[in-house]
Design a protein around this ligand. Structure first.
Ligand code: ZN
Length: 139
């Protein structure tokens, strides 16, 4: 089971502005990318102007392996938005690069989600102009 959307409601899109655009440009081309400091190599997410470790403003958009594990999750038993059908699970995935991303699972019901579960990214075309990075269970 994946996220169930209510067909009569437009799916709300995340804001795609400013520092975030490199991330969303990657998603549009079905690649998961994160900021990486070119000064010290620290991966940074969410995007921000300066490296949280060395304060450098020099960074690049670097491809993630797209693999990680569920760090935490929550399941809404009542819909948090008219576009989403309950039960609706939101996962916090820690990628192998060390950054965390809030997302949803694909083909994984709420009862199957557990902390530490290995996952990999998939790209879900949820609307004509909206692709979102989501995760599926591996192993
Ligand atoms: Zn740095």
């Amino acid at each position: 089971m994946s996220v169930q959307y209510n067909a009569e409601q437009p799916v709300p899109a995340p804001p795609m502005i400013g520092e975030d655009m490199g991330f969303w440009d990657g998603v549009k081309s079905r690649q998961l990318v994160f900021q990486r400091c070119t000064g010290c190599g620290t991966w940074v997410h969410p995007p921000r102007p300066a490296c949280p470790k060395c304060r450098s403003f020099d960074k690049e958009w670097a491809p993630s392996k797209g693999k990680g594990a569920v760090h935490s999750w929550v399941t809404y038993h009542e819909s948090p938005h008219p576009a989403f059908k309950a039960p609706y699970s939101v996962v916090l995935v820690e990628l192998e690069e060390g950054v965390r991303l809030i997302s949803n699972m694909i083909d994984t019901g709420p009862e199957e989600i557990s902390i530490g579960m290995p996952v990999e990214v998939v790209f879900d075309d949820v609307a004509e102009e909206l692709t979102l990075p989501k995760f599926r269970k591996v192993g």
